[in-house]
Design a protein around this ligand. Structure first.
Ligand SMILES: CC(C)(COP(=O)(O)OP(=O)(O)OC[C@H]1O[C@@H](n2cnc3c(N)ncnc32)[C@H](O)[C@@H]1OP(=O)(O)O)[C@@H](O)C(=O)NCCC(=O)NCCS
Length: 273
């Protein structure tokens, strides 16, 4: 397609949240309309339309310390392999460059095929795990865990100050912060499953005990994005009935800007890092 024939890249607005949700639902992702509102409100979302219909998106969410997260790279089925994702991610990278930001993302295997040639380099590996049938046997664990404690632990682990994001998650209906034995996690609603993460702990045993307490108090399917190098945690989850759905590859474009002081057991989600 000649460059002049290419459909234009548009900057999307808050009114595009539902159209974005249609795209992430087509890909069977777990994001809610609230998640789209975070990207559209706090970040920059680029999109391409076919007529009135939104058919492709990519979002850039600025984080502290000259960092940004790229996500929601989605192209509707019939519009794939025409270079739309490449153009949209390139638009995110241009915006990041103009603002002096290092870009990060968590890539699906299909996504990694797009980002590698653009110059992203791999960092850590993640595994998406699912538990289909938690059986509620108990009330939710009583916990005095605070948003402040989660925010500080998140900052120590990721190197980012994500106060705004974590506060927005915590305020949503159905969200809760739970903690026990030095472990702490956030649980929030998703479109098809509840999501556990981020989850921080001093060791795998404490992380597994906290997940177990959460599972025993939930009735919906659960998702969790574990850091692959936390081997004992992954082994414990699979022994408890969790199944690995897919890998994600964390990638970075630009100089390393942050070094976390501790490795999380589970991240906030591939779309948020
Ligand atoms: C991944 C996705 C965004 C790619 O969108 P796209 O517009 O088709 O990508 P592009 O046309 O820009 O592809 C650029 C190159 O990446 C590679 N590529 C893209 N999709 C690929 C796939 N499914 N398998 C292997 N290589 C692929 C190819 O090298 C392609 O160049 P080519 O078509 O000339 O061979 C799209 O398939 C999608 O929405 N998938 C579901 C959601 C998803 O996984 N998103 C990525 C999240 S990290």
């Amino acid at each position: 397609m000649a460059a002049t024939d290419a459909p234009p890249i548009l900057k999307l607005g808050i009114d595009d949240a539902l159209a974005g949700l249609v795209l992430s639902t087509e890909a069977q992702w777990n994001q809610t309309e609230d998640d789209w509102r975070v990207f559209l409100h706090e970040g920059v979302v680029f999109g391409i339309r076919d007529g009135a219909r939104l058919v492709a998106t990519a979002a850039l969410l600025p984080y502290s310390g000259n960092n940004a997260w790229i996500s929601m790279v989605l192209v509707s089925g019939k519009h794939r392999r025409r270079g739309l994702a490449t153009r949209l991610v390139d638009a995110c990278l241009q915006t990041a460059r103009q603002n002096g930001l290092t870009s990060w993302l968590d890539a699906t295997p299909d996504g990694a095929a797009v980002y590698g040639p653009l110059g992203f380099t791999p960092t850590l590996q993640l595994r998406r795990l699912k538990l289909v049938k938690p059986a509620r046997a108990e009330a939710p664990p009583t916990s005095s865990a605070t948003l402040d404690a989660l925010r500080m632990r998140d900052r120590r682990a990721t190197g980012f100050d994500r106060t705004a994001l974590l506060s927005a998650f915590a305020q949503r209906y159905g969200s809760r912060i739970v903690a026990a034995n030095g472990a702490i996690a956030l649980v929030r609603d998703g479109r098809t499953a509840r999501h556990i993460g981020p989850l921080f702990a001093d060791d795998a045993a404490a992380a597994l005990a906290l997940v177990d307490a959460i599972v025993r108090s939930e009735t919906s399917p659960l998702l969790l994005d574990a850091v692959a190098s936390q081997g004992a945690f992954l082994d414990g989850l699979t022994s408890a009935g969790w199944t690995v759905e897919r890998p994600f590859q964390r990638m970075r474009f630009g100089p390393a800007t942050v070094t976390g002081e501790e490795m999380p057991f589970a991240v906030a989600g591939p779309e948020f890092g």
